[in-house]
Design a protein around this ligand. Sequence first.
Ligand code: SF4
Length: 961
Amino acid sequence: MFKLFSNDPVHDPIKKQGPATEIKKTTCYMCACRCGIRAHLRDGELVYIDGNPEHPLNQGVICAKGASGIMKQKSPARITQPLLRKAGSNRGDGEFEPISWDRAFEILTKRLSHIRATDPKKFALFTGRDQMQALTGLFARQFGTPNYAAHGGFCSVNMAAGMIYTIGGSFWEFGGPDLERAKLFVMIGTAEDHHSNPMKIALSKFKRAGGRFISINPVRTGYSAIADEWVPIKPGTDGALFMALMHELIRLEKYDAPFLKRFSNSSQLVCMDSGAEEGLFLYDPDSDPINLDLPHNKYIWDEKTQSAQPCFKQGTSPVLLGEYTMGPGPHQGKRVVPAFELLKRQVSETTPEWASGITSIPAERIRKLALEIADTAFGQEFELPISWTDSWGEKHNTVTGRPVAFHAMRGLSAHSNGFQTTRGLAVLMSLLGTIDRPGGFRHKAPYPRQVPPNAKPPSSENDIKPNTPLAKPPLGWPTQPEDLALDSQGSPLRIDKAYSWEYPLAAHGLMHNVITNAVKGDPYSIDTLMIFMANMSWNSTMNTMEVREHLNAKNADGEFKIPFLVVCDAFQSEMVDFADLVLPDTTYLERHDVMSMLDRPISEFDGPVDSVRIPVLEPLGECKPFQEVLIELASRLKFPAFTTPEGERKFKDYPDFITRFQTAPDSGIGFLTGWRGKDGEKVLKGEPNPNQWQKYAENNCVHQYHMPPEHQYMRNWNKGYLDFSKENALRQKNDPIMIAIYSDILQRFRLAATGKRPGAQPPEHLKARIYKYFDPLPFWYPPLEDEVTDLTKFTLNAITQRPMAMYHSWDSQNAWLRQIHSHNYLYVNTATALQHGIADGAWMWIESQWGKVKCMARHSEAVDPGTVWTWNAIGKAESAWSLTDNADESKKGFLLNHLISEELPLGGFTVSNSDPITGQAGWYDVRVRLAPAGNEETQETWPQVKAYEVPGMPLKKETSK
Ligand code: SF4
């Protein structure tokens, strides 16, 4: 058992130890990859963690982080009791008194019930890298507040939204490269995190089988270390590369025309006439007036009859190119073109030479890359003997393989041009015909979903009512201006302005602007901000120093501008100091948890997979899982989904909630898919099973469902799979999911900006912005920050990556992992460093127009000369995370966040430093300059910030030195 307040060493490597007496299985959470692990216990004490060889995701592989979970458990930074800020103290001073959970719940219930009964949007719940968004989202919806999101808006919403608005699926959890059958793998904008162990396993097999691996990245680290070729690229220019590759493929006529005609909207006819239909697909008004978005309501141009015909009519021969005039009928005389013709025009000027000047990749290399991917996709095409039937009833005896696979993550995403860049990649993959085909990109359940999924955010103040759940989920997927979260005056309904005209498709919210907006009262003030597992006063925020001031900002009457701040965390992060109320969370080894099909499961290509965490240890001190906090609050606040009609509490605790909750009465759909039905005999769908947790415990904490081969490919249009997905509530409908080469959804917003479309229109000052960025076809534009930066002074790009051995800020209190990284350097190409007079290992300054930081330099050949980079979140405030006052993390480690602004003054008004379509934070857009530090300057990082130890931390600081 863990000893509280002990001065004993936490780890004695030479002490003679007996063997483990018990092994318990659960799921790792040292990063977000969710590998299966085995916790080895000796007389109840955790002594060793290894990978679970029977787990489908990691097959026994474990990384440095996963194996070091034991030291997270023994961290001196654990918070062990609820804390209330002392009356009269300032936020940030760490002045707390311990209180009981009863008192904490009393405070919260009183405050939250008043907000819920008066103005529910005054409560905001934002969460960091948690894995329970189905529960937190349900809590927010039941509360009735639209002010909810997880960290996606500052992580990878561009990757999710750019892909989902194009192909109905995305990378990582919801899809990925089929390296088992690929011959060429192009990884772009990916460090070594995200799908870490599975990616390493797959890469190892791929390389051994002779596959060729090209890494395109400004930095050669992590996976790129084993790439056959590294192609350095300037940050924020990947979209230009994709445009040039598409230019080449179309110029050389190396694209999969039959695939595009049948499975995308490439051949569908777009109206070219000016007016309300301009740039939109024409619809057959007689086919299905209920839902004009259905693909079969559109037209194609038939080569045989030289006339417009309904999509998918038997015997037609659709064209991809040309310009036509509609014949007799409801659209007579209108000029139309197939969407592909517009794509061809869009890329006509985006030559390799054009892209070379932007990306810094030689034009010849781009041309060669285009040929290489085309030759592999089409020259090494193969067929798998798997029969399947498409959505239109046609039987296919084989599935065609196109063995070019791509993988991309935050390097594409974390830019203010990332949505259109990601659209560019998705369209490029579609030209090659590699969507859900062997050797290319493959979906993972519950994806593919509709383009985009059906959920819509609240779109009027009528959707938000006191003491009432929200009429719609807080997060969704707009398809037209009328879906935006605006009140009747056109003001944002959400505190982060997600789904406003500033960021219309903000599918994951904008957590990075919540504090600044709330303090400015723009668009309104809030009362209570609850933050879970997010270090918003430090490494999870831009403009760190000012945001710390915001957290402490007061009105003239002496009240805080954010009146009540609740922080739930397991560790003494920099954010904890600013809380009014601290709720001590458990570690992942002390709680139940689900990786649910309703949320972010761990599905494989061949079918749905979900998994759980089951506690292997008792919670330390008074720690309580945040899940239990939410269930308790939901019960006390009497949310309808958590209360019986008689007003009684419905669920005893979180495990009980997971077992018995159903998405609708008797739907048979719950958080977990395994062992459903009264006796556990059903899968995916069935009545709640009281023994469901036990069955997961007996089965490696995983439930895996293998679909038959005929359901494993071409799932956007695979009738068998689509019927299966509808039956099991993975989708609402079983209609085909057409790839959106051309996005008429984006065009609807663009038309609104021109005033040609009836209905909602953007305010005057945002019309040009909407018109520019809502191009229905992918395009490249420079990151927004370039517009307000003197590029002659700030010539270098600066980016961060996660190290392989640490995840966000989570691990600087981990005694083992600190031995790998106790501080970070700024990596600078050797030639660039020498030009600036900066020696290897020397102290230096890095400066943007927003701020500057003193740090140490490391010369490197593995970085593009125009880019500098560092590991993120290694730098810490002094004494934070229970580190000693002179720990490397605070004296040598640094944050790049100080150089990045959360807002940009653009065109006479201020907007978030984010993608103008999705609100994705532009973390990687900042421009910097370098200078050596003077000999007289102190040899420690700057700025310096102090954090404070809080009551109830288990070990004295000396042990963490
Ligand atoms: S990759 Fe992530 S989930 Fe897997 S063992 Fe490592 S830290 Fe744990």
